[in-house]
Every structure is written in structure tokens, then in C-alpha cells.
Design a protein around this ligand. Structure first.
Ligand code: SF4
Length: 292
């Protein structure tokens, strides 16, 4: 098969998988939260969420009416051929997936308010590229809902605020967000770099499987402490009260300027959609997040 056609077909499949089936780690985390939840209203919400996930899987329909704004995270092997054609191919895949899945058309011109009708537009889908060694292309489709996106926050803190200031900012941001990001959420935190780097890292941390802590022991401990602190707020599933406000907290960090201490918080709703596949230059395809 022609390589462009293969990439387009795989990307359409990833967009369908992401929209209709949550990765196993997310489903397991929601099930675990359901069994642990002590608040009866919170438990009922988690039961409804699990039923929603089951029905969407069975009917092959999107998990949520908001099928998100689409980004792709790409790891490109330096020996993978024709990389210059990948972006245009993925734009075609988004148009096809919008019609075939179908996905809700979600891209508006911010001035004219016109909807392009096919989930594409200026800088959308958005591409995050990494060049690595090898002869494969790894594609992660990452559709992100508006409710969780609207709760994201950035604080250019003072370096003297330290970890104590970071914890306060994260918990205050979660309390301010309340039910808006459709909890239980996954909370991505980006620390350091500049404002743009912190936000990029916060989003990237949402790609890490829920059951995979940061490899740095101290950072993993901070993720655990923050998750416990967030779950003590009592916001609970869908903001209606309970123990399960966050399924996990994920941290990525960069070195910072001596004068700067940016902290970014990115929310992912319970509909934590992501789907990844690796396309080898010989045409073999591996799906990494879903059984197909
Ligand atoms: S935040 Fe997530 S679960 Fe809530 S409406 Fe948006 S996409 Fe759906």
C-alpha cells in the first residue's frame, strides 16, 4: 500500500479509536475510583460514566458529544521516508474521520466565528514533532474537550514560592475549576522553562499512562501528594461531591531561568482520549494503546 494512504488510514482509525474507546489504563482507573468512592452521589456519577464508556464501545459511537479539538503528537524516526508529507496526510485524515466516525465539527475562526465543518483550520489539527532514531513513525491522536481545556491555568510564580507555592496554586486551580473539567480528571503539571514550555509540558504529561509515575522518585512522590491533596477537596465526580476528583496527577519539568518559576496546570476530563500507533517503514503497524 502507498505510504501516504497507509498513514491516512491509520490516523482515521486512531481518531475513531480515541473517540469511541478509552485506553485500558483510564478505564481501570475509573473502575478503581468507583469501587473506592464513599459518597453515594459521586458513586452514582462514576457508575453512569462507566455505563457511558461501555455503551460507546458497544455501539462504536463517540464517548462524549464534544469530540474535542485535535492534536497529533508525532515521534518521527530519522530514517522514516517522506516525512514532509505527514502533516497534509493527517489533515486529510481529520476531514475523513469527521465524516466517517462522525466527529462534531469543532473548529471556529476566532474572529468570524465560522465553523470550517471538518475539524481543520489554522494550526488545527496541531502537530507536536519529535525526531528520534529509527525507521518508524509513531502517531498519537489526542482530541481534547473544551470543558477540560477551559480550566487550564498558568502562573508565573516567584522562585521563592517553591514547592509549597506550587501545591497551593494547583489545589486552588482545581477548586476554581470545580465541575467544569468533568472530574474525575487527570491533572498534568508543567514546571519550569518559560510560559510556553510549562504549558507544553503540562499537556505532554497527560500522554503518560495513568499507572506510570514520573521516573524520578521525588517527582513521583510529589505527584502522589498532589493527587491526595486534590482528592481531599471533595469536589468529586462531575463536581457533585465525593472522593474522586482526580484519577492521577502527572508532572513534567524543565530547568528554569533563575528569575522565573512558571507552573502550568492542564486538565484532562474523565473522557481521557488518546490513541497511539507505530507505523514501520516496511508497512507494519502496531497499535500501542488499544487492542484492535
Ligand atoms: S470536558 Fe470532556 S467529558 Fe466533559 S463535555 Fe468536554 S469532552 Fe465531554
Amino acid at each position: 500500500m502507498n505510504q501516504e494512504v497507509l498513514i491516512e488510514n491509520v490516523a482515521v482509525k486512531l481518531l475513531k479509536l480515541a473517540s469511541t474507546k478509552l485506553p485500558q489504563d483510564v478505564k481501570e482507573a475509573i473502575e478503581k475510583a468507583y469501587h473506592k468512592e464513599r459518597n453515594q452521589i459521586g458513586k452514582a456519577q462514576l457508575k453512569a460514566i462507566l455505563e457511558n464508556i461501555r455503551m460507546a464501545e458497544k455501539a462504536d459511537t463517540p464517548i462524549c458529544q464534544d469530540t474535542g479539538l485535535i492534536s497529533f503528537y508525532l515521534k518521527a524516526g530519522s530514517r522514516f521516508p517522506s516525512l514532509e508529507k505527514v502533516e497534509e496526510t493527517l489533515v486529510r485524515a481529520v476531514r475523513r474521520a469527521t465524516a466517517e466516525v462522525p466527529l462534531r465539527p469543532n473548529t471556529l475562526n476566532p474572529f468570524a466565528q465560522e465553523n470550517t465543518g471538518d475539524n481543520t483550520g489554522r494550526h488545527v489539527p496541531h502537530f507536536h514533532w519529535g525526531i528520534i532514531k529509527g525507521d518508524f513513525l509513531e502517531i498519537t491522536a489526542f482530541p481534547k474537550g473544551g470543558g477540560s481545556e477551559n480550566s487550564c491555568a498558568l502562573s508565573m510564580m516567584r522562585p521563592t514560592d517553591g514547592v509549597k507555592g506550587l501545591k497551593k496554586f494547583v489545589v486552588e486551580t482545581v477548586v476554581k475549576a470545580g465541575g467544569m473539567p468533568c472530574p474525575p480528571t487527570i491533572i498534568g503539571i508543567g514546571i519550569g522553562g518559560g510560559a510556553d514550555i510549562a504549558l507544553e509540558l503540562a499537556k505532554m504529561s497527560l500522554l503518560r499512562p495513568i499507572d506510570e509515575p514520573n521516573p524520578n522518585h521525588n517527582v513521583a512522590q510529589l505527584e502522589k501528594e498532589l493527587c491526595e491533596a486534590v482528592n481531599r477537596t471533595g469536589i468529586g465526580p462531575m463536581g457533585l461531591g465525593g472522593d474522586s476528583t482526580a484519577l492521577a496527577v502527572k508532572i513534567e519539568y524543565a530547568h528554569r531561568h533563575p528569575a522565573s518559576y512558571p507552573i502550568a496546570v492542564a486538565f484532562q476530563c474523565w473522557a481521557a482520549r488518546r490513541a497511539t500507533a507505530r507505523i514501520h517503514s516496511n508497512g507494519d503497524v502496531e497499535y500501542l494503546t488499544h487492542k484492535v
